[in-house]
Write a protein that binds this ligand. Structure first.
Ligand SMILES: C[S@@+](CC[C@H](N)C(=O)[O-])C[C@H]1O[C@@H](n2cnc3c(N)ncnc32)[C@H](O)[C@@H]1O
Length: 258
């Protein structure tokens, strides 16, 4: 059984959200620094775009940034408290972003072939393989032909040997997910792997995280026969990326007001 109930309780009730999620951006200095240096750097070629669907926006740390780059935005999260907050904070904007409470496994409420970019960052790292496997065909269903998905998920399963985790668990990454397993279910759903980047989150030694960049083939296009694991690479420089971002943020962002 996927761990949706646990996550819903954690983020909907237990977690206090002291700064609306911005507390997790301090290693980068600030959320805008993290957006520019880590997120936008990886997806700028896909922006601006028409319709962005964010899976698990939480309190909307990335929502204002994504809203700058699309004409329609929707966010879907399992925590009602988060969705209520996002509706209050952003729902009245001119572009009328929409926020839905999801079941944690499907993208019910989002029409087929409608989304140009599915985006998820710092959320699906906590969900298990069954959840990723459930979302994969849903991402395919909602993407328009030629659409892309940028999905941040766990790779901690790489460090499970004979059923035991061989490293210290950190940052609540899920141990049932690996980049290879995720690439397999994305491919099984019809999505084409463009990049699978394994990296070390903040202070962690294991490469417990992965960014997967995926595409839904254009209508009528031949789907390339590929081994999606060929698109996997280890980014040994992610922790330096974060440190450099923080250095610049502590000077430039600090001097200009965030
Ligand atoms: C760590 S917070 C991050 C929120 C946001 N992405 C950010 O970076 O600020 C994780 C969010 O994922 C949501 N979540 C967890 N599992 C989910 C699932 N299976 N489907 C949709 N949302 C989920 C939680 O409710 C929570 O809002």
């Amino acid at each position: 059984m996927p761990n949706v109930t646990h996550e819903k309780h954690h983020f909907g009730h237990l977690y206090e959200w002291p700064a609306g999620g911005h507390e997790w951006s301090s290693p980068w200095y600030s959320a805008p620094d993290q957006w520019v240096h880590t997120i936008y750097r990886r997806i700028f070629n896909l922006l601006p775009t028409r319709f962005v669907l964010e899976i698990a926006p939480g309190m909307g740390r990335w929502t204002p940034h994504l809203l700058n780059y699309c004409s329609h935005y929707a966010g879907i999260d399992i925590a009602e408290r988060c969705i209520e907050h996002c509706r209050r904070a952003y729902g009245q904007l001119h572009s009328r972003p929409t926020f839905l409470v999801g079941d944690g496994l499907s993208l019910a409420g989002i029409p087929d072939n409608s989304v140009s970019l599915v985006f998820s960052f710092d959320s699906l790292v906590h969900v298990d393989f069954d959840c990723i496997a459930s979302y994969a065909p849903e991402i395919y269903r909602v993407l328009e032909p030629g659409g892309r998905a940028f999905v941040h998920h766990s790779n901690l399963g790489e460090y499970v040997k004979d059923g035991e985790l061989t490293v210290e668990p950190a940052y609540r990454r899920d141990p049932t997910v690996t980049a290879e397993l995720a690439a397999g279910v994305f491919q099984g759903a019809g999505l084409v792997s463009l990049v699978h980047e394994k990296f070390q989150w903040c202070q962690s030694e294991p490469f417990g995280d992965c960014f997967s960049l995926l595409a839904k083939p254009k209508a009528g296009a031949a789907v390339p026969i590929q081994d999606p694991t060929q698109k996997i690479f280890y980014n040994n420089s992610f922790r330096e990326e974060v440190a450099y971002c923080r250095l610049l943020g502590s000077r430039y962002t600090a001097a200009t007001g965030v």
